[in-house]
Write a protein that binds this ligand. Structure first.
Ligand code: ADP
Ligand code: MG
Length: 234
């Protein structure tokens, strides 16, 4: 009986991993196919064409990296730690989700008044914020505002993401991040937030979520600041 149970557990783990992989790969593939669509315009200026092609290449590479992570069972927390300029990273992430926001009449409003540097894996940082931003856009089916702000103190870089969407009940809020918890039926996997929590934890960060039904949701994500000497803004 014990052996059989172990087998069932193993099968479950394999199933979960399969679901997680497909979820994490879907983001970069969705972004890539969005830009391929944009490339299908005969009048696109050459510099735009070049820019979009490079985004497509990046996104395909990022999908490949996700697969590699899983295949090699690489430790998620220690994949490749770099200094990340939060503002620059967020700008790139916003570029990726902008087509999706436009499609949903969601206006993106940013306030990156201060710069901050954190330590982390670039690919995972992206994955984390794409998941949060995708959820925010999906929470505003009739359009709305998506505010993205950064704050910087000696100890922490705080990233605030606020939407004016459908919000969550306290019961929903409590279940956020639970594997397979989704209110989107066939359109959801319930793995996005699980991945978000695990990435933030691996980067020694903290997440606070506030939500009000029919008013919106705000995520506050805090990461330890790294102190850099003579880093200037570009
Ligand atoms: P999925 O998006 O596939 O449903 P997630 O793990 O990304 O799975 O999110 C889980 C659930 O959390 C969503 O189905 C939704 O109910 C809720 N949720 C997440 N972010 C938001 C948000 N910004 N506004 C309202 N609900 C949200
Ligand atoms: Mg999601």
């Amino acid at each position: 009986l014990k052996l059989q149970l172990i087998k069932v557990e193993k099968l479950k783990a394999v199933e979960q991993m399969g679901a997680a992989i497909s979820h994490e790969i879907r983001n970069p593939l969705t972004a890539a196919s969005g830009f391929v669509q944009l490339l299908n315009d005969d009048y696109l200026p050459r510099h735009k064409r070049r820019e979009y092609l490079s985004i497509v290449k990046d996104e395909l590479q990022s999908a490949e990296r996700v697969i590699q992570d899983y295949l090699t069972f690489a430790k998620p927390s220690l994949a490749s730690i770099e200094e990340l300029n939060v503002k620059n990273e967020l700008k790139q992430i916003i570029n990726i989700v902008t087509p999706m926001a436009n499609q949903n009449s969601v206006e993106i409003i940013t306030d990156f008044s201060v710069i901050g540097f954190i330590k982390g894996d670039r690919q995972r940082f992206r994955q984390c914020f794409i998941n949060i931003l995708k959820n925010a856009v999906e929470a505003m089916p009739n359009g709305g505002q998506l505010y993205i702000e950064t704050n910087f103190s000696q100890d922490y870089v705080t990233i605030c993401i606020k939407d004016t969407g459908i919000g969550m009940t306290s019961e929903q809020l409590e279940r956020l991040g639970e594997p397979y918890y989704s209110t989107k039926g066939k359109n959801g996997t319930g793995l996005g937030m699980m991945v978000v929590y695990s990435i933030v934890r691996a980067m020694h960060g903290l997440i606070k979520v506030e939500s009000e039904l029919d008013a919106g949701t705000t995520f506050h994500i805090k990461f330890p600041t790294i102190t850099l000497i003579q880093k200037s803004e570009n």
